[in-house]
Design a protein around this ligand. Structure first.
Ligand code: SF4
Length: 479
C-alpha cells in the first residue's frame, strides 16, 4: 500500500506539472514536453495543420450546465473563432484549431468552469460514460457523483496514465444497457437487485470483438477495487509493442476467455482485501421532468452562438441537459420545451455519427461528412428521428459501424477500370447495447445507401435487412 501511495503522489505531481504553463514550440513555459503522449493525456492532440491543436474536454456522465456551455462558447470564440464545438461519442466536447500558444490559457479557463481535460485522450482511463438521462426519468437512478468519485480514485493509482492503451469504462443504470457496455473495456450494468453485472474486454476497430460477462454480480463497494484490479492487470499484461493488439480485449484473446476471467478474479481477490476504497454512491431520483427533446447537431458540430442559445434556453425554461453517446444533446423539462430558433432544426432528425473520413483522416477512403450532409439535407429523415446512422471512412469502423443498426464503412472499388468511392453496408447491430454485431451487407454506392435509408425512414419499425443480391453491375474489385 505504501508503494502505491508513493507512486500516487508521483503521478499527481506529474499531472500538475504538465497542466500549467504556456506552450511554445513544444515547451510548457520553458519546460520541454517529455513526449507527445504526455500531452495527449491532458486531452490535447496536434492537428494536421502545423501549430494547431484539438483540445478534448471530459464531461463526466454527460452532465453539463448552462454556465459551462457559456464558457465553452466564450473560449471557442476567443481562441478558435469560427470553428464549432464538436460533440463526441463518449460524452466529451472538443475544441478544434486551438493555436499552440493558447493551449495553456484555454485549459486554465476550462478548469475554472469545472471542465476537465486530464484523461480525455491518450493511453489512460478515458471519460467514464453513463446513460445520459437515467436520473431524469420517473423512478430514475443517479450515479453521477459516484462515478466522479470513482474516476478521481482511479486516476490516483500509479499506473493510471501508463497503460498499454486507452481504457474505457461505462455505467448503464437504465435497464437497457444504453451506455454500450459491450464496446467498453469495463461496462457495468445495474441489476434489479441493486448490484451490477460486469461486461468487459470488448472493443471495435477493424476486427471488432464484443465484451463478455466477467462477473454476474458485484456489490457497489466492490466496483472501485474491481476496476483497480483490472487496470493493474491490464498494465502488466497489455501488449506494449504493438498498438494494434494492445487493448484489454487482446489480452483476453491471447489468454482465452476462461483463463482471462480467472486471472481477473484472482487479481480482484487480492485488491478487495486492501482499501479503503470509495463506495459507488447511487440514489433513486424522482424528478418530474416528463418533456424531452433530442438535439442532433449535424456532424456533432455546435456553433458558439448555438451553445449560448442552449444555455439561455436551459436557464429560461429550467431544463436539464445531458450529452448522449451519439453526438447528441438531451434536454428534459417540466413543461413543453421551446428550443431557440437556432436550435429548432436540430430536433426531429436522426443522429448521423460520422468520423472525419477522407477530408482529414489519412486512412479515410470516402467523404463521410459529404454523405452525412446529404442525409441531413434530404426531406425524409423525420421517420428516423429516434435513430442513429453510422458512417465510417474506412474499415476501422471509428463511427461504430460494426455495431450499427444501419451504417456504412468506406471502401474503394474499381468498376470497369474506374476507381470510385464505395460503402460496405452494415445492418442489424445492437449499438453496443447488446451482444449483436452488425451483419455485413453488400458494397454499394452513396445513392443506393440513401435509397435504403429512405426505405427505413418510411417504415421505421421494420428491422433493416441486407439485400439478397449485389446491387452494382459491371466488373468490380473492392478494396
Ligand atoms: S474510420 Fe477510418 S477514416 Fe474514419 S477516423 Fe477511423 S481511421 Fe479515419
Amino acid at each position: 500500500m505504501r508503494r502505491r501511495m508513493r507512486h500516487s503522489h508521483a503521478a499527481a505531481a506529474h499531472r500538475e506539472g504538465f497542466g500549467r504553463g504556456n506552450v511554445r514550440d513544444g515547451k510548457f513555459a520553458g519546460r520541454v514536453i517529455m513526449s507527445e503522449a504526455i500531452d495527449k493525456r491532458n486531452g490535447t492532440y496536434p492537428q494536421k495543420q502545423p501549430g494547431l491543436y484539438m483540445q478534448r474536454i471530459r464531461i463526466p456522465g454527460g452532465r453539463i450546465t448552462a454556465a459551462q456551455w457559456r464558457v465553452l462558447a466564450a473560449v471557442t470564440e476567443a481562441y478558435c473563432e469560427g470553428t464549432p464545438l464538436h460533440l463526441t461519442t463518449r460524452q466529451d466536447v472538443e475544441l478544434h484549431d486551438v493555436p499552440g500558444d493558447s493551449v495553456a490559457a484555454v485549459r486554465t479557463q476550462l478548469e475554472e468552469a469545472d471542465l476537465h481535460t486530464v484523461g480525455a485522450c491518450g493511453d489512460t482511463i478515458r471519460n467514464i460514460t453513463l446513460c445520459p438521462t437515467c436520473d431524469l426519468k420517473p423512478a430514475g437512478v443517479d450515479l453521477a457523483a459516484g462515478v466522479g468519485a470513482l474516476h478521481a480514485y482511479l486516476i490516483s493509482l500509479p499506473f493510471y496514465d501508463a497503460l498499454p492503451r486507452k481504457f474505457k469504462i461505462s455505467f448503464s443504470v437504465c435497464g437497457q444497457a444504453c451506455a454500450q457496455p459491450y464496446v467498453n473495456d469495463l461496462g457495468f450494468m445495474l441489476r434489479t437487485d441493486g448490484r451490477f453485472t460486469v461486461i468487459g474486454a470488448g472493443s471495435l476497430g477493424p476486427r471488432p470483438n464484443l465484451g463478455i460477462v466477467l462477473r454476474e454480480r458485484i456489490e457497489l463497494d466492490e466496483v472501485a477495487p474491481y476496476c483497480a484490479a483490472v487496470l493493474e492487470f491490464f498494465a502488466e499484461h497489455g501488449d506494449r509493442n504493438n498498438r494494434r493488439k494492445a487493448r484489454l480485449r487482446h489480452v483476453r484473446e491471447r489468454m482465452g476467455d476462461e483463463a482471462f476471467v480467472s486471472a481477473i478474479e484472482q487479481r480482484f481477490a487480492s485488491w478487495r482485501n486492501g482499501g479503503p476504497f470509495p463506495v459507488l454512491a447511487m440514489h433513486r431520483t424522482q424528478r418530474p421532468l416528463p418533456f424531452a427533446e433530442r438535439l442532433c447537431p449535424p456532424l456533432g458540430d455546435l456553433t458558439a452562438a448555438q451553445a449560448r442559445d442552449l444555455a439561455d434556453v436551459m436557464d429560461g425554461q429550467g431544463l436539464a441537459c445531458r450529452l448522449g453517446l451519439h453526438q447528441e444533446i438531451f434536454l428534459r423539462g417540466a413543461q413543453p420545451i421551446r428550443p431557440a430558433p437556432s436550435l429548432a432544426n436540430l430536433s426531429g432528425r436522426p443522429a448521423v455519427v460520422c468520423c472525419p473520413g477522407s477530408r482529414s483522416c489519412p486512412h479515410g477512403l470516402v467523404d463521410t461528412q459529404g454523405l452525412a450532409r446529404r442525409i441531413l439535407s434530404s426531406g425524409w429523415t423525420g421517420g428516423l428521428s429516434d435513430r442513429c446512422v453510422h458512417i465510417s471512412g474506412c474499415p476501422n469502423h471509428c463511427a461504430h459501424t460494426a455495431v450499427a443498426r444501419m451504417g456504412v464503412s468506406g471502401r474503394r472499388r474499381t468498376v470497369d477500370g474506374v476507381t470510385q468511392e464505395a460503402f460496405e453496408l452494415f445492418l442489424g447491430g445492437g449499438e453496443g447495447c447488446s451482444e449483436a454485431l452488425s451483419q455485413r451487407g453488400p458494397v454499394i454506392d452513396a445513392e443506393q445507401f440513401l435509397e435504403r435509408l429512405e426505405q427505413w425512414a418510411d417504415s421505421p419499425n421494420a428491422a433493416p435487412r441486407a439485400p439478397t443480391q449485389s446491387v452494382h453491375p459491371g466488373r468490380t474489385n473492392v478494396t
